[in-house]
Write a new protein. Structure first.
Length: 283
């Protein structure tokens, strides 16, 4: 979701360059977005701050003409079988929630009942249950690229992601290899006294921030992985690319791409520098 201040800054820039007081300097500007996705993320912001940062709260919103997409192109390629009809039913249910056709009326907060056929019921271990439903016959499909490419488990928090990853990694046979991040700190201010004592390696290894992976990564040969950043766009190694591990070296991982612009290709992933995106931390 585009934030309000980005559009307003762009508007003022065009008006100054073209010397025209019309919105965006009188130029036609095409903006794309999906209001069914989450609102702009405002660190430690209140509900009012988040809503105010949305583009629809801008004074420029009244100058915009809204065009809506009406056809789901992904679903149009699905055959009219039982699974295809079920996917279309789920997609329509999600759209109805976004269009406020379900859970109304409300005062800003509401509860939406999930259909029973979408729920995993009669379980003791929730992680084991969702894994068994999403990845049935896992052992028989370890070398099937389409099997992993068509399935995914979405988790609300990083802690749940780690639980699912650890459980699935324990199911796959073979020896595990552990990779660790750097546990040294780069000071943002050289005048700090006792910096190393305050920010110990043990503390640094517990930090979980946006754009930064966990300190320890446990992998096995055959496990599916997903890239979280762009590495080499020309080779199809972009954010969201899925791969299957074929070899685990000391400082390099060999894998086969499962999707993207160049599937079924062998690639190498080495160590890389990553920086915290949270500017509030002093390093």
């Amino acid at each position: 979701m585009v934030q309000r201040y980005c559009i307003e800054v762009f508007n003022r820039t065009l008006r100054d360059i073209i010397h025209c007081n019309f919105p965006f300097g009188g130029k036609c500007v095409l903006m794309g977005g999906d209001f069914h996705q989450i609102l702009p993320v405002i660190p430690k912001g209140s509900r009012a701050d988040i809503v105010n940062a949305c583009i629809s709260s801008s004074y420029l919103w009244d100058c915009c003409k809204i065009f809506e997409l009406t056809q789901n192109m992904r679903l149009s390629a699905i055959s009219a079988n039982e699974d295809g009809n079920r996917l279309k039913k789920i997609a329509q249910w999600l759209l109805d929630i976004g269009d406020e056709k379900i859970g109304m009326p409300h005062d800003g907060t509401t509860e939406v009942e999930i259909p029973h056929d979408l729920l995993v019921q009669n379980y003791t271990d929730p992680v084991a249950a969702i894994v068994s439903v999403t990845y049935p016959d896992l052992m028989e499909n370890l070398t099937n690229n389409d099997y992993f490419n068509d399935r995914a488990i979405l988790s609300p928090t990083i802690e749940v992601v780690n639980q699912v990853n650890e459980f699935m990694c324990s199911m796959i046979p073979g020896d595990s290899v552990e990779y660790f991040s750097s546990d040294s700190v780069c000071k943002s201010s050289q005048d700090s006294n006792g910096f190393e004592d305050l920010h110990t390696a043990k503390f640094l290894n517990t930090i979980s921030s946006s754009g930064l992976p966990m300190h320890k990564l446990t992998l096995k040969v055959g496990v599916p992985i997903m890239l979280l950043r762009n590495i080499d766009e020309a080779s199809g190694l972009c954010n969201g690319t899925r791969l299957r591990v074929t070899h685990l070296g000391k400082s390099m991982i060999e894998a086969i791409t499962l999707n993207g612009s160049k599937p079924n290709e062998k690639v190498l992933i080495n160590h890389m520098d990553m920086n915290l995106s949270d500017s509030r931390l002093p390093f």
